[in-house]
Design a protein around this ligand. Structure first.
Ligand SMILES: [Fe+2]
Ligand SMILES: [Fe+2]
Length: 265
């Protein structure tokens, strides 16, 4: 059996996991979805509701009034933003259960960065950019769950400046793009998200390169060992930015993301 299929099949929790997420994403695909339908998906899960409200009330969204119910959140923030928050909150235990505390934080940073840059440069819809940034590394959960110690080793080697996909391939005979792509297929994720997962390390191969480029760009920006030389200069130009903006941009995005992360850690 193909190694990627073997790895994904071995993790039963992951295949059963995303019921609320899949429901939320599927509900959003319907053109006539009502706020009630979306609200009903989470309202019966008290701990999820509490965490969602904590995020909605965080300084990131900047509301002066306290938001005390999902239905008020929906009317103030809009359905797409609330959907994004639901997915980010609902996936936290899965990402953390995989023992990889850094993965959820990294995903939130890339989500916040993509949202911010999309709003600033108008290269794509900002709400879609958030969820695209959040989901990009979902395949890492499979590798980390399979062998946490070995995956920590992969991360350490990658932090020394090696290509992550090559290091993963060496230790796991697969990589997080392959495992993520298979998850996206099994979960029937929307095309945009499946594309981000498959091509965020190779945006030029994607049929929708702009969102993949954006995620790839912010992903690099949020690395601990960030190297400006790895950024795609053409895409930088497309966004109307230049290398001189990068350090400030990195600082602003990190600060914004910390506002979200602080509410849930
Ligand atoms: Fe990645
Ligand atoms: Fe990443």
């Amino acid at each position: 059996m193909d190694k990627t299929i073997e790895l994904v099949n071995a993790i039963k929790d992951i295949q059963a996991m995303p019921s609320v997420i899949v429901k939320v994403l599927n509900v959003m695909k319907k053109p006539t979805v009502s706020m009630k339908e979306l609200g009903d998906l989470v309202i019966y899960d008290q701990s999820l509701t509490i965490k969602i409200l904590a995020l909605v009330n965080s300084a990131y969204y900047g509301f002066s009034q306290q938001i005390s119910s999902i239905s008020i959140a929906l009317s103030l923030l809009g359905m797409v933003k609330v959907k994004n928050i639901i997915v980010a909150v609902a996936m936290k235990p899965m990402m953390s259960n995989a023992g990889d505390k850094e993965l959820w934080k990294h995903s939130m940073r890339v989500a916040a960065g993509c949202e911010y840059l999309a709003k600033l440069t108008k290269v794509m819809d900002a709400d879609e950019a958030f969820i695209a940034g959040f989901i990009h590394d979902v395949g890492k959960i499979v590798l980390h769950t399979t062998n946490p110690k070995m995956y920590d080793k992969v991360v350490a080697i990658t932090n020394e400046g090696h290509d992550i996909l090559e290091v993963e391939k060496k230790y796991f005979d697969s990589d997080h793009v392959r495992t993520g792509s298979l998850l996206a297929k099994r979960w029937q994720l929307p095309i945009l998200l499946a594309n981000i997962i498959s091509y965020h390390h190779n945006p030029s191969l994607s049929s929708i390169p702009v969102p993949c480029n954006l995620v790839c760009f912010v992903d690099k920006l949020m690395q601990e060992a960030f190297d400006p030389n790895t950024l795609d200069k053409d895409f930088l130009k497309t966004m109307g930015l230049d290398l001189g903006d990068i350090e400030e941009l990195r600082k602003v995005i990190r600060q914004k993301a910390e506002l979200l992360i602080a509410e849930l850690t």
